[in-house]
Design a protein around this ligand. Structure first.
Ligand SMILES: [Mg+2]
Length: 501
């Protein structure tokens, strides 16, 4: 690829350092919308006499707290920290609490919330912690809001035709009226009632739990003997987990990408499209690609696999000639090929300098993916239909692909996505998430092996730019991470209402 000197190859990705266009650390200074402690924001948000003010006087709510990094528990401020803050040591709640929990003190178990010890049985756990409930933020409600709107012209990829776009929003209410978590869950067009039933099942265990305990909540929801390990269950679990991270960011007053690692604040981005449509020939396909480049894209993707291989090669040729040699070009077969067909396609397409060949075969055909990877110089990418760290562990063990494409809305949320990202990092593999730019912008920006963000525009979604208060825009090939606390997802509920399922 790129005519690279073999000596400059990065190995795992097949690209070379000389032409590497992945993310670089950016140190651009920023001012966040609200970096004050959450307790302070809440106090200001509900003025006395408004009827909405809270009467919580727990250490956490009064600001006399110290938050451990990366999702750790909130612990009371200790005597030394009280002195540093200009208060008397006796005012430090941690001093009193240390007496309560004995001589061992909190330092011996810094990652456990002493007021809420871990318990594998959620009912026992909830009962054990009720006496400390005033110190713990609580989930009060969990809802799945589903929306669906028609497309003017159906779009087709290698295997499927889409007549509508879907949006599944998971809303988690808390006992703090100022903080609501907004998450997104993977599509379930054929069975919305199943998604609602699963969320209802989760709700029974979630209400009363601390939304900041994402690891414990993930474990309780996923336990395989109860509801399943993959499929719609895990997609709904992912929606809940994403909403929990939105809450975590809002409590901390930070965007989620900062909580997760803050590797950069802008990410390389490609525009996905190039679907088959009725009446769309080579001329229209070329016009779409030119329009993407005009929008600011420095990388574009098209679909393949629905027509004979030579016809798709012709589509690839036209796109390469339209965008020129410097814009990266990807193709996506959406599982349409057998492995020998995919090898034929890849070898014929090599001369058009493809950045990757996505999902050439069935997602479970790890051996077929490996055959393709070894038979062509085009990097193979996959993972949008894979679930949990266990699925990605198996993909990696098989050396199935060059680039991993996890989708937090599918695989089990942000908590699980970060484990997949770490697993990939340990194998020198890059992450190029599938879909949902509004969530994945945070995840690509957080990690050092985030390769590129997928971006859907109005050519794929007719409601693009109309349903969120804050839109993401491509600027010279990049999208900037949102500054707002949490994920920055604010649905326009009034616009969405007419599309409710
Ligand atoms: Mg795909």
């Amino acid at each position: 690829m790129h005519g690279c000197d073999p000596g400059l190859s990065t190995g795992g990705s097949g690209r070379c350092l000389e032409h590497w266009k992945g993310p670089k650390p950016v140190t651009r200074s920023k001012t966040y919308v609200d970096r004050r402690p959450a307790a302070q924001r809440r106090e200001n948000a509900a003025p006395p006499g408004s009827g909405k003010e809270k009467k919580d006087v727990s250490p956490k709510r009064t600001g006399l707290t110290v938050r451990l990094p990366f999702g750790g528990p909130i612990r009371p401020e200790g005597p030394g920290e009280a002195i540093a803050a200009g208060r008397k040591p006796s005012e430090a709640p941690g001093k009193t609490r240390n007496r309560e929990i004995g001589k061992k003190g909190r330092a011996e178990k810094p990652l456990l919330n002493a007021s809420k010890p871990y318990c594998a049985n959620i009912q026992h756990c909830q009962q054990a912690s009720t006496h400390q409930r005033d110190q713990i933020m609580q989930i009060t409600d969990v809802k799945l809001e589903m929306f669906k709107w028609p497309r003017e012209v159906p779009i087709t990829n290698g295997l499927y035709t889409y007549t509508h776009n879907l949006l599944n929003i998971v809303v988690i209410e808390t006992d703090d009226p100022q903080i609501t978590g907004i998450g997104l869950a993977g599509g379930i067009e054929a069975s919305p009632e199943v998604g609602e039933a699963i969320i209802g099942h989760f709700k029974k265990m979630l209400v009363g739990m601390d939304p900041l305990d994402n690891e414990r909540i993930w474990r309780e929801m996923w336990r395989p003997k109860l509801v399943g390990r993959r499929g719609i269950t895990t997609r709904m679990l992912g929606g809940v987990d994403i909403a929990l991270w939105d809450i975590k960011g809002k409590v901390a007053g930070l965007p989620v990408y900062k909580l997760l690692g803050g590797y950069t604040d802008r990410v390389d981005t490609y525009v996905a499209g190039g679907y088959y449509e009725e009446g769309k020939g080579l001329k229209e396909l070329a016009a779409e690609m030119a329009s993407n480049v005009e929008l600011g894209a420095r990388a574009v993707k098209i679909k393949v696999g629905a027509v004979p291989i030579n016809e798709d090669i012709e589509r690839v040729r036209v796109c390469r000639e339209t965008i020129g040699p410097d814009v990266r070009l990807m193709v996506d077969a959406n599982n349409a090929y057998r492995h020998y067909e995919a090898i034929e396609f890849a070898r014929k397409a090599e001369k058009y300098d493809l950045f990757w060949f996505e999902e050439p075969v069935e997602p479970d055909d790890y051996i077929g993916q490996r055959e393709i990877t070894r038979a062509t110089s085009v990097p193979v990418a996959a993972g949008e239909n894979e679930y949990t760290r266990y699925g990605f562990r198996d993909m990696i063990d098989h050396r199935a692909v060059d680039i991993l494409q996890p989708d937090a809305l599918v695989l089990g949320g942000i908590t699980e996505f970060m484990k997949v990202a770490a697993l990939a990092q340990a194998h020198d593999l890059d992450i190029a998430p599938h879909g949902s730019q509004y969530v994945h912008i945070h995840l690509v920006a957080a990690i050092p092996n985030g390769l590129i963000l997928e971006y859907y525009r109005d050519t794929v979604d007719p409601m693009h730019g109309k349903i969120w208060q804050h839109e993401l825009y491509i600027e010279d090939g990049y999208v900037h991470a949102p500054d707002r606390p949490g994920l920055g997802l604010e649905p326009k509920w009034d616009v969405l209402e007419e599309f409710r399922v």
